[in-house]
Ligand binder design. Sequence first.
Ligand code: AMP
Ligand code: MG
Length: 521
Amino acid sequence: MNNPLIFNHNFTKNLPADSETDNHTRQVFEACFSWVTPEPTKKPQLLIASPETAALLDLNEEHCQSAWFTQVFSGNALLDGMKPYAMCYGGHQFGNWAGQLGDGRAIVLGDIINQQGERWSLQLKGAGKTPYSRTADGLAVLRSSVREFLCSEAMFHLGVPTTRALSLCATGDQVWRDMFYDGNPDDEHGAVVCRVAPTFLRFGSFEIFNSRQDIKTLKTLLDFTITTYFPHLIEDNITTETYAKWFTEVCGTTKDMIVHWQRVGFVHGVMNTDNMSILGLTIDYGPYGWLEDYNPDWTPNTTDAQFHRYAYGKQPSIAHWNLMKLAQAIAPLFDDVQPLQIILDDYAVQYKSAWQDMMRQKLGLNQFDEALVEALMNKLEIMETDMTIFFRKLANIEATDTPEACIQTISPAFYVDDWQNKANEVWHGWFEAYLGELQTHAVKHRKEAMNQVNPKYVLRNYLAQLAIDKANEGDLSTLHELFEVLKQPYAEQPKFEEKYAQKRPDWARERAGCSMLSCSS
Ligand code: AMP
Ligand code: MG
């Protein structure tokens, strides 16, 4: 097979492997991974590939269209040098320690180092059972695979740190799923996504060893992690100080990621510690969603319907909580945990300042005005205002406009039909204040600057569902078109405005998949 991928076995060479090689569900001790082989599929078909992610691997269009590409990235064949494995990790799910989780349906095919010297790990999601599959089947359905593929790439183009998606293949197999856990299971099309990141290590990768008091493996893994992915932190050798620096960096990248989520209105939906990347990448696209009408208490995840633990407005504090769990996991490597506490406390300070700076930019101002921003969030909520459309339209306002004209400009963002009756009362005072700020504190080239942080195109929940509905019927046109449009989320693209930059239509308000999603995937 003519492929340029040269595999590097750093991870498996340097970390302890599960001594058992049979593929059956079990607890795996004192090991970071288990050897597994992807399950062959019936009739694999490449539905879409990302040329941008392919380029990271030095793969071109011709490679992506080759027969071997579909075979390999659906799990039917291995390339020379591939030695697939599943990673062992644990995690806190919805606030509770869940014990061993691990790659139950993800299989790492191997790591490569590209021509730029960058390390990339290639992982299939939905390629069959592993020792970590517990009672589940190791498979993924087309619906959730379309969501993962589209959203990873859309997030990248939005400038949000994320794992990437190389390919989406249909498997030709049927997968039995109870989409809403309501006793109505059905056959769905199976699919496999190949995702790509420097590493898929998570907070839970460290927690598992501390939970088992396996400090030896914990230290081996952390030393390996720092040497491989954070070499810039090492001065002469790895010391407790290096660990503290590492934790500082994880807090920093996590903070940056959350600020980006808040900026674009992304709600992850399942911020369990096993879904938190140690590189601060958005990982594990499950029942995620995008804020439409601004509501900090909103979560798309029906599994979280009772407590809204992972709602939009809670993401910053949940990230903090998750970082605390990571700190606890590595604490046995410290004589004194005080440094960890200081770094954790600093997260809150750093987050606040980064968030304020982000909000300042969204408003096109050169200084943050707390009262203005707080009032805005309140108004967006009580007036059911589409967050994406609001900020995009806000850039069109001129400092010389009247408050009435401003309300007219942003009115396409209102969900309520009778907005004319309420808008003046809700918005007049706020626009007076904002116009006042614009007179004195507008940034230079305000409109261009605002349009670089306020996207016009995001993967609205119902748009993903439209792509899925068609893909389920074998029509890939919306999947491909959306993929292209979302590559330029900040560009006007007038041709696509009507189709992809509108408020959520009424039919999508309560429809499954559009505003409500379960973890079933
Ligand atoms: P998630 O909620 O997707 O992050 O998954 C939590 C855990 O369940 C991870 O260990 C996954 O690997 C595992 N898991 C989720 N879905 C499946 C599946 N269909 N088969 C096997 N394991 C799964
Ligand atoms: Mg997960």
